[in-house]
Design a protein around this ligand. Structure first.
Ligand SMILES: [Ca+2]
Length: 197
């Protein structure tokens, strides 16, 4: 009986540690793009972090919003507090027959105060390792390396249509520290954010 109870406690503690390390800190958080989504396939202002993923690689799935050409896109997510960031997952659609292509390069930059930034990772996907032909969902995984951040910035290219359903920021919520930053996410200067490209 006592052994059974001890085992139960060990299992509960262990599973809570695993769950804690896997928490999406961006869920329901505010974010700002440097360029708005296209009005044909608009973002309602919360779609990037609402936890709703497209259940199919199809551009008319209601979970997708679209960005069309122009400059690189940069989006900043405000976690509202400082956490150690493990990784960021960025989910895109590739549907060549309707002119939607996954990005070729996605970069991650982190900041505690919204003013000083550090580029921490980027992923470049070559045509020969993942062709843009065909229809599929593509996730880019960027490593935060345990760096502390409140503001999470992601940059990606938009050669044609780029469709997005969700970005997720994973970290252990027990690393939470109150933020003393006074920078509103809507006042972030995109020009000051460091990236590798
Ligand atoms: Ca979503």
């Amino acid at each position: 009986m006592k052994k059974g109870l001890l085992l139960l406690i060990v299992v509960l503690v262990f599973s809570s540690m695993v769950l804690a390390a896997d928490t999406n800190l961006a869920l329901g958080k505010e974010y700002v793009f440097n360029i708005e989504s296209d009005p044909t396939y608009p973002d309602n202002g919360s779609m990037l972090t609402d936890g709703v993923r497209a259940n199919a690689a199809y551009y008319r799935n209601a979970a997708y919003f679209g960005h069309l050409r122009q400059d690189y896109r940069i989006v900043v997510i405000d976690l509202e507090a400082v956490y150690k960031i493990d990784k960021v997952l960025c989910h895109f659609l590739n549907q060549q027959d309707v002119g939607i292509g996954r990005p070729e390069i996605v970069g991650l930059s982190l900041s505690e105060d919204g003013r000083r930034w550090r580029s921490v990772d980027y992923v470049e996907l070559w045509e020969d390792e993942k062709p843009k032909t065909g229809t599929y969902q593509q996730t880019f995984e960027l490593r935060g390396g345990g760096m502390k951040a409140r503001y999470v910035a992601v940059k990606f290219d938009t050669a044609v249509w780029v469709f997005i359903d969700e970005f997720e920021v994973f970290g252990d919520p027990s690393t939470k520290e109150e933020s003393t930053a006074k920078v509103d996410v809507y006042d972030i200067d995109f020009e000051e954010i460091d990236f590798e490209f």
